[in-house]
Design a binder for this molecule. Sequence first.
Ligand code: IPE
Ligand code: IPE
Ligand code: MG
Length: 264
Amino acid sequence: MQPAPSFPKVLPQDMDSSETPSLPQKIPTHIAIIMDGNGRWALARGLPRLAGHRAGTENLRRIIEACIEFGIKYLTLYAFSTENWGRPAEEVQGLMRILEDVIDRELQQLHDQGVQLRHIGRLDGLKPILRQKVLQAVEYTKHNDRLTLNVAFNYGGRDEIVCAIKRIIEDGVPKEAITDELISRYLFTAGVPDPDLIIRTSGELRGSNFLIWQGAYSEWYFTPTYWPDFDKEELRKAIVEYSRRERRYGGVISSGKEATTDAG
Ligand code: IPE
Ligand code: IPE
Ligand code: MG
């Protein structure tokens, strides 16, 4: 017979309460979000898909602010995948324009809030002006350390690994030096801890080529809410759910503590 699973204790402060929402003690250091459902959000309102993307952009501010308030140190947002180039040209152009507008409009405030912007993915597919803006934004905010915001734009997990392998070969790294840790250092996310929690909005239950290496032991949280409607309260719920999970990393169930493995 299988032993009965033991679940981490749910403390009163972890419970859902619409009156006194509070955060549990165990919060993720790094949250990554697949911001999905903009198109369906627009469709449900009889609006063009791009209106959904604009609404999704409006939502960025409140989620970034909520992360700062909750004390999250790293936030990674999936904004445009390497596969999204396959969408109609008008939508692709619209998404490029939106990124440009967001940088123009939000950069100063993000900087004032202590947000360090990073880009993950490939810049070489973007128009030179947009590439330039992204690089300038990264440079401008590089000394901030309240929240590190990784924007995954023209990002694909497989593409990231292909790029890493090419650079490892170019650098002449000997076979014996290839380790998990070395590969992590060659990814776009070098220096960023792996995501503790990956959230996907809109009800889709797949990873869509997002952080496939880094997410090896992430906890996943799925919600049917479309991205433009995913608010601070929804984020809090995801964090509470995370706090109730027991991460085992292939080890055994421990009594109320993180699992232990020989690897540590
Ligand atoms: C997510 O919303 C944003 C991007 C992929 C750029 P979608 O555009 O995928 O919205 P749905 O999934 O069609 O509703
Ligand atoms: C994933 O969403 C990419 C982003 C949110 C940027 P998609 O809508 O592109 O993913 P699929 O096509 O449903 O897997
Ligand atoms: Mg989608």
